[in-house]
Design a protein. Structure first.
Length: 115
């Protein structure tokens, strides 16, 4: 008889913080992780009467949804990066014009002081 330990997702890290185990960690309990995820997001027993074909279709559907969400996330991040770069360009341009104006004013004041 093999005793299966209770699923443990996380272990205590430094200063009492909980840090998730890496999938590559030798202590990672993959079965426990899967059971925990099903506990959070759905009971696998509810799929016991589902046919293999239906499960295959559901799996493909979720893979496609995941792919689409990854694409949308990537696109949004790209747009946010473009917006941030555009804002930085505007700031750099404004800073450049302010520096030119400052230099011109400084030269004028230095000239006025000498006279």
């Amino acid at each position: 008889n093999i005793e299966v330990p209770r699923p443990v997702c996380c272990k205590k890290g430094k200063k009492g913080k909980v840090s998730p185990l890496s999938f590559w960690d030798a202590d990672f309990n993959s079965l426990g992780f899967v059971e925990e995820q099903f506990g959070k997001y759905g009971d696998p027993a509810s799929f016991s009467q589902t046919t293999s074909e239906d499960l295959r279709e559901m799996s493909l559907s979720y893979q496609l949804k995941g792919t689409m969400l990854s694409y949308l996330l990537s696109t949004r991040q790209e747009h946010e990066l473009i917006e941030a770069n555009n804002k930085m360009k505007v700031i750099d341009d404004n800073l450049g014009s302010i520096e030119k104006e400052y230099s011109a004013t400084k030269k004028k004041l230095e000239k006025d002081i000498k006279e």
